[in-house]
Design a protein around this ligand. Structure first.
Ligand code: GLA
Ligand code: ZN
Length: 648
């Protein structure tokens, strides 16, 4: 495992460079990431390039055995470029140019911006191609789907639609534009969804295409950059750092042309009191690993209290900084780079805390970081180990976009049931992969596919095949609702999944924040909320029933034998205990071994090596936890990670 830091040489007086690098070397830092916001230092005047300062700092690090991740600086075009071509600034939904040059002030489709971006990337790529210290490239920074509404983006959206539908008539049919006289007779009538009306007032089919386009547009921009670097530095790995943001691109497409996934990991510094909250970042980490179903990197890792974008948060409690990094390792992160070496003394982020405070006096958090570096050095046997999971949960970006466009009922959001199922499987100590809708599922025992709302025929087919061959599928409410265009399917829910589920939805009730009792056939009682599918079983058997309201006695959860496998259908939404109860039964039915004695938020994962496995037990709480696993008695301090190696 390698530990690194994010470093901004352009923020610090040169006199600090050497002392910083010395301390990094002494501490055990193996790599630094630099350059993602430094365009105005690389090209302070148009066409006048200065890489000598970056060369100097890279050399300082290289001499100390510290590798470099170099970034393309395209997130922040220099202000001389903005002055020369004001059209490079993105346009907001209100049709006005964003007026503040904060950062991210560039339209990814703007020809002027692209011309200058390509030039500087090419210069950098050529300049650093032969520098062995540069081991990887990061493209731009935290790319979101392209929600720019400028003229270039309008053109590019029209082009995207034209390529997909060829004629406006085809698009009218696909989008159902006969409603509200919304039929287009020419592409020029198309405009991105301007205005402050809620998105839900616009045609959902059109809006889903806009989301697809916005994601593709970002991926295209990423490719432009990747191609230049690939051509000039064919042996250097390329990635970008992603995160969970408002306008998320399709992660699977985003990383398809890149060498590995990198994630910015900022778990909470305050453990919530509400025990129903699924706060663990194991969920994010499993999703990141699932993008390529390979190990990944953390490009930015929590180092202290957060600030700047909001009032300051609690600082990292003792054990948290090291614990969260090792938690990332336990879920497949082989490299963890901490954001950032030292807290900035100027600029908007001066209260977003790094490893060293403004004083430049290394303190408690730095000591913990130094300890982490020593811990990591002793974990060589983990290199080359991989996570293997029997359980997968499907996350489909199109469902996320479609649910954001049309929230279904109060309190319901797409990630909720995915997280609750992830929590339930994790509670029993199983490795869980969160995978994309196109991933190969044949190797799993259990595949949960919650809320398969927008239908993709290929995914449907693969889920049937998976059950047919003996797999266990878990489906839920709001599946098979929409066709591929985001129009409703005229058939009884769950439409395309009805045969697999062996039941249909007679009627549904979006109960929002109301609670209704639900009872399992074994007599266990829970409450359900948000959504109630009133089910009618065909070949399926009911395993839980509503115990209230006008549908009292009607099935809420069913199981169906299909081929040599099974399909569960959860017609409602429960709380943690509801899913844990059901998942326990499912695991027992599937004959998968599991651990029942883990306290809440104590996480057990395994990585497999050649002839051995590494076991990770992490206490993701702020309390000491004592428990047993079989004969073994364990006690873990807050955020403590226990790692051991066992031959298999
Ligand atoms: C993100 C960005 C960083 C920095 C941190 C902290 O992860 O990538 O540049 O802004 O947040 O705010
Ligand atoms: Zn634009």
């Amino acid at each position: 495992m390698k530990i690194g830091v994010d470093y901004y040489p352009e923020h610090w007086d040169r006199s600090l460079w050497t002392s910083d690098a010395d301390l990094m070397q002494k501490t055990g830092v193996k790599l630094v990431r630099m350059g993602e916001f430094a365009w105005c230092r690389f090209e302070p005047i148009e066409n006048e390039f200065h890489f000598e300062w970056m060369d100097e700092i890279i050399e300082i690090f290289a001499k100390r055995g510290i590798d470099v991740v170099l970034c393309t600086p395209t997130n922040c075009p220099p202000l001389w470029l903005c002055e020369k071509y004001p059209d490079i600034i993105p346009t907001g939904r209100d049709g006005r140019k964003n007026d503040a040059y904060i950062r991210g002030h560039r339209c990814m489709n703007n020809p002027h911006f692209l011309e200058y971006a390509k030039r500087i990337i090419e210069k950098m790529a050529k300049h650093y191609a032969k520098n062995p210290a540069v081991v990887a490239w990061q493209i731009d920074n935290e790319l979101e789907a392209n929600f720019c509404f400028c003229e270039n983006c309008t053109d590019s959206f029209r082009g995207w639609l034209k390529e997909k539908y060829t004629t406006p008539a085809n698009m009218n049919k696909a989008h159902g534009n006969n409603v509200w006289s919304g039929e287009y007779s020419a592409w020029t009538q198309i405009r991105p969804p301007f205005g402050n009306n809620p998105h839900a007032w616009l045609n959902p089919a059109f809006m889903l295409d806009f989301n697809r386009y916005a994601s593709d547009s970002t991926v295209k921009y990423l490719r432009v950059q990747t191609d230049i670097i690939r051509k000039n530095c064919p042996d250097t790995k390329i990635t970008t750092n992603t995160w969970f943001c408002q306008n998320m691109p399709d992660f699977y497409k985003e990383f398809s042309g890149l060498d590995f996934v990198a994630y910015d990991n900022y778990p909470t510094t305050k453990i919530p009191e509400d025990t129903e909250e699924c706060y663990s970042h194991s969920f994010h980490l499993d999703l990141m690993r699932g993008i390529k179903r390979r190990n990944f990197w953390i490009m930015e890792e929590l180092s202290g209290g957060l600030g700047s974008w909001s009032p300051m948060s609690r600082t990292t409690a003792p054990g948290m900084l090291e614990g969260y990094s090792l938690q990332a390792l336990a879920h497949g992160a082989d490299t963890v780079i901490h954001f950032r070496w030292r807290t900035a003394v100027s600029g908007a982020e001066m209260h977003w805390h790094g490893l060293i405070d403004h004083s430049n006096v290394p303190g408690r958090r730095f000591e913990e970081f130094a300890h982490l570096c020593k811990t990591a050095e002793a974990l060589d046997f983990i290199n080359d180990t991989q996570i293997r999971s029997e359980v997968a949960i499907i996350y489909a970006p199109e469902n996320e976009w479609a649910f954001k466009l049309q929230p279904q009922t109060e309190g319901m959001f797409y990630f909720e049931q995915i997280r609750l199922l992830h929590d339930a499987f994790s509670k029993y100590g199983l490795n869980v992969d969160i995978i994309g809708p196109d991933a190969d599922i044949s190797g799993y025992k259990i595949v949960a596919a919650p809320q398969m709302y927008v239908t993709d025929e290929n995914t449907v087919k693969r889920l049937y095949e998976f059950a047919e061959k003996g797999g266990t599928v878990i489906l839920t409410n709001r599946s098979g609702v929409k066709d591929t265009h985001n129009n409703c399917i005229m058939s009884q829910l769950p439409t395309v999944y009805r045969k697999l589920v062996g039941a249909y939805v007679e009627e549904y009730d979006p109960i929002g924040r109301d609670m209704i009792p639900v009872q399992f056939a074994d007599g266990e009682n829970f409450s359900c909320r948000e959504w109630c599918d009133i089910l009618h079983t065909e070949s399926a058997e009911a395993i839980a029933y509503y115990d209230g309201d006008f549908f009292k006695g009607k099935p809420a959860v069913t199981v169906n034998h299909y081929g040599s496998g099974r399909a569960y259908y959860i017609g409602t939404v429960g709380q943690k205990a509801f899913y844990r109860h059901l998942v326990r039964d499912i695991l027992t039915e599937c004959g998968l071994p599991f651990v029942e004695t883990l306290p809440d938020n104590v996480e057990l994962t395994e990585r497999m090596g050649d002839g051995y496995k590494v076991r990770f037990i992490f206490n993701d709480t702020d309390r000491e936890q004592s428990f047993s696993i079989g004969e073994e008695e364990l006690s873990l301090k807050p955020f403590e990670m226990k790692i051991d190696r066992q031959n298999v």
